[in-house]
Unconditional design. Structure first.
Length: 76
């Protein structure tokens, strides 16, 4: 790829990223919608448990089930 094409690709990527950032204005999230009823917030430990520990545990359970019920022939 020559320098001109590389510059063009970089400009297109930068422009696309900039437009996506401008169009997804997070400031609009500050206004509440009709019928919006948020619940209680999660504590730090609940958040870590939900988004870190639970997926790791789920992965471990699925991996263990796959290993236990593996029907392929054992290689010696």
């Amino acid at each position: 790829m020559d320098k001109k094409n590389a510059m063009r690709a970089g400009a297109v990527a930068a422009g696309t990223t900039l437009m996506m950032l401008l169009m997804s204005s997070p400031a609009l999230a500050l206004t509440r919608d009709d019928g919006d009823d948020p619940g209680q917030g999660l504590s730090a430990m609940e958040t870590i448990g939900l988004y870190v520990v639970a997926p790791i545990a789920l992965f471990a359970v699925i991996a263990a089930l796959v290993m236990v019920f593996d029907k392929s022939k054992k290689q010696a």
